[in-house]
Design a protein around this ligand. Structure first.
Ligand SMILES: O=C(O)CCC(=O)C(=O)O
Length: 425
């Protein structure tokens, strides 16, 4: 009996650790939840208020935040399946027309979090303090350095990665071309309520009480159908650029995965899926953070971890990305020319039996500069069974397919990792 209680206690502690809401501590959060539950506190217009009342979402209980970003056509279908019972309301899909906004609407004004009391949002681009490692892929010790960065941070910056400069310049240019389109053109490629691809707010939007200062565009497989809707006569440039970017990123992701798996001691058989194209889960996410009239009260992208195995991110030369590090708070990831950011996602966290962190990250916005980022999400096929690959201790997670894990995340919002965590002996 005692042992059982001890087990329950350990599990509870583990869950609590994992469930830490990095945005707002519990007591404060409860108070804010009550405040935010007042519709007028969140939504400025009657229409928005009505939408909120109609919405079936209960967003205030969300603990660990995540990003449902991954995969190709099959994945898009699965995500739609996962959301069929909870289709998003239009106000969680259609972004604000930022070009016409001069003041921060209440719907986009975020409460200050306690983490920011120490590490003030004002200082998010200050240069002092810790920062994620910058690793040279040509360094003879690159594998060890990457392993260390994944253990300590769940993220690193990568230089000499081999992605040609023109590929990065072109994808940035096309992302700018897309987000600079008039709203009515972008809305032609609007994501559907249960859909995963196209133009819209961040897919994590319903899990937060406030809206983000952000527009996104998600690609899984070919982007041509959506591109044709926005540029009926001139879509090829966009599609080709996105295909090229995706292919280049895939090669890099494969290389990094091989390196990481070698470091973990994963067998050839266990990593055979790496070459199973086209069933891989991969996606490109274009992000735009317009200049904001009150950047300190707004949030570009709320804290989340990626579902992927690895995420590779190109950011334009505008600050904003931050990674949460225990003991240090929110740490800025300053852009360096020709350098990519790599995050480890939930899947690598599971496969490494918690050895590697999944980086909790968010994006702050800027009063003067627009930020663009292009994320590539990479992971094993949908039917791949996730379970810790190399065990020096008991497995911390039960086995389940990628598809099942995505379903758990979709239905339970946060805390998905806790739901697959095994009891400790
Ligand atoms: O814009 C960024 O730097 C972060 C993007 C991101 O986290 C995402 O797309 O999931």
């Amino acid at each position: 009996m005692c042992q059982l209680r001890e087990k329950e206690k350990t599990n509870r502690q583990l869950r609590e650790k994992e469930n830490t809401n990095f945005l707002i501590p519990v007591v404060k959060r409860k108070k804010r939840e009550r405040e935010l539950a007042q519709p007028h506190a969140t939504f400025s217009t009657r229409k928005e208020l009505k939408m909120k009342q109609e919405s079936a979402f209960t967003i205030y209980g969300a603990n660990q935040h995540f990003h449902l970003a991954s995969c190709n056509f099959e994945m898009a279908t699965t995500l739609s399946e996962a959301y069929r019972d909870n289709p998003l309301h239009l106000h969680h899909i259609i972004p604000l027309d930022f070009s016409s906004i001069r003041t921060l609407p209440d719907s986009h004004a975020w409460p200050q979090s306690e983490d920011d009391d120490d590490n003030n949002k004002d200082n998010y681009d200050n240069d002092d303090g810790p920062c994620i490692p910058i690793i040279d892929l040509m360094d003879p010790n690159a594998i060890e350095l990457i392993g260390l960065a994944c253990e300590q941070w769940g993220a690193f910056q990568l230089k000499n990665h081999g992605i040609p400069l023109n590929v990065m310049e072109e994808v940035e240019e096309e992302a700018k071309r897309l987000f600079n389109l008039p709203v009515n053109r972008k809305l032609k490629a609007l994501r559907s309520g249960g859909g995963a691809t196209g133009y819209g707010r961040a897919r994590i939007s319903p899990f937060f009480p406030k809206h983000m200062w952000h527009e996104g565009f998600t690609i899984m497989g070919s982007s041509c159908d959506d591109a044709k809707k926005m540029w009926p006569n001139d879509y090829a440039r966009f599609c080709n650029t996105m295909d090229n970017y995706q292919n280049q990123m895939k090669m890099l992701a494969e290389k990094l995965t091989n390196m990481i798996f070698n470091l973990l001691g994963v067998s050839e058989e266990q990593k055979a899926w790496i070459n199973t194209f086209p069933q891989l889960c991969e996606a490109v996410q274009l992000n735009f953070y317009p200049c904001c009239p009150e950047p300190n009260r707004a949030m570009g992208l709320a804290p989340h971890t990626d579902t992927s195995l690895l995420t590779i991110l190109h950011q334009n030369q505008t600050n904003g990305l931050q990674i949460f590090k225990e003991g240090a708070g929110w740490v800025p990831v300053h852009p360096h020319p020709h350098t990519l950011v790599v995050h480890t996602g939930d899947i690598l966290h599971i496969l490494s039996n918690s050895r590697f962190r999944c980086a909790l990250h968010r994006v702050m916005v800027n009063g003067l500069r627009q930020r663009y980022s292009m994320a590539y999400f990479y992971g094993p096929p949908m039917d791949y069974v996730l379970s810790p690959l190399v065990l020096h201790s008991l497995p911390l997670f039960r086995s389940l397919s990628v598809k099942e894990y995505i379903g758990i995340k979709a239905k339970n919002l946060g805390g998905a990792l806790n739901l697959i965590r095994m009891l400790q002996n």
